[in-house]
Design a protein. Structure first.
Length: 139
């Protein structure tokens, strides 16, 4: 997966210091941060980043198709920079940890389309992560 900062440079998007820090905060695999987490991590690197700049930048990146905005099982919006690879999500129902997983897309049989035009498939696998399995079994 090409890093978000590289994709934005290739698009010749104006990368101010604030935008660069925000994009760098969203780097790596299995990144699914809330806007507040992006804000806190960005401020740790560049203290003058404002909350409004973070929210505006995230909204702009979603609009450009450079971030996926998704609602986590905890009800909060999270941002996923992995827009280039088809993937689903594996979510721990105890701690909320979320990972990208590559799995075959389920197929919806033609007779179940009910006239709808199918645009996308999103699958979330709900489970308990290794750290939460012992805690769940002892309670």
């Amino acid at each position: 997966m090409e890093p978000l900062v590289t994709r934005l440079r290739n698009r010749e998007w104006r990368l101010t210091a604030q935008r660069r820090v925000i994009a760098e905060t969203l780097a790596g695999e299995h990144v699914h941060l809330t806007a507040d987490e992006v804000y806190e991590r960005s401020r740790a690197v560049l203290p003058e980043v404002s909350r409004a700049t973070v929210y505006n930048t995230l909204n702009e990146l979603v609009g450009m198709g450079e971030l996926l905005e998704m609602t986590h099982t905890d009800g909060r919006k999270r941002y996923d920079p992995n827009v280039e690879e088809r993937h689903h999500h594996l979510v721990c129902v105890s701690c909320g940890r979320m990972l990208d997983v590559r799995a075959d897309d389920p197929r919806l049989p033609e007779d179940q389309h009910h006239g709808f035009e199918l645009l996308a498939v999103e699958v979330t696998f709900r489970a308990r992560c290794p750290e939460c399995v012992p805690a769940a079994s002892t309670s």
